[in-house]
Design a protein around this ligand. Structure first.
Ligand SMILES: [Zn+2]
Length: 185
């Protein structure tokens, strides 16, 4: 999605203090857009995580397709490179997945960390799964694990919890960088 004013609000400084390949944009006006994304999908038929693998990697921001799980960029990133790991199956909870899916999800989370370290010099991570509406899941009907890269100085965790920080490199560019590095790391 293109926002014509993006160039005007580009920050010059490096939030991390360490040069990397991700450009960061400070786009507080995207708040409405981020909030607009909190619609709850319950059915398989209108589930974005079920639809994603049926489209191209570029269209769905997919960086890797595994056997039982796939990895894609979050359309509503907390930080550039914010990845989501999903089973292909439409199940809501972590304790709904098989041993095979659990193992692959774990392996993909580890690999995501290695890739993000390489492409963006990430210094830390937040890994997590929000379970159920009460647990804060944006799309509670389809399990997904967040992998959020962190840098020293990228802000405290409050704006991340509050969803008020929308720093976004062009999602398509980040997708190709992460996807290209995926098999090399
Ligand atoms: Zn689904």
């Amino acid at each position: 999605m293109q926002y014509p004013d993006d160039e005007k609000v580009t920050d010059d400084f490096e939030l991390a203090g360490v040069p990397d390949s991700f450009q960061r944009l400070w786009t507080p006006y995207r708040m409405a857009y981020v909030k607009g994304g909190q619609h709850q999908f319950q059915d398989k038929d209108d589930c974005p995580f079920c639809a994603a693998p049926t489209r191209s990697d570029e269209q769905s921001l997919i960086v890797h397709r595994g056997q039982s799980c796939f990895v894609l960029l979050n359309l509503y990133p907390y930080n550039p490179g914010h990845l989501l790991i999903c089973p292909y199956r439409h199940v809501p909870n972590y304790d709904d997945i098989t041993a095979e899916e659990t193992a692959e999800m774990g392996a993909l989370a580890q690999h995501s960390m290695r890739v993000l370290r390489q492409v963006s010099n990430a210094k830390g991570f937040n890994l997590g799964m929000n379970q159920g509406l009460a647990g804060g899941a944006g799309i509670s009907a389809h399990l997904h694990q967040h992998v959020v890269p962190r840098w020293g100085g990228d802000g405290n965790f409050f704006p991340i919890i509050a969803n008020s920080k929308a720093i976004s490199a062009t999602l398509g560019e980040v997708r190709s960088e992460v996807a290209n590095a995926w098999d090399q790391v």
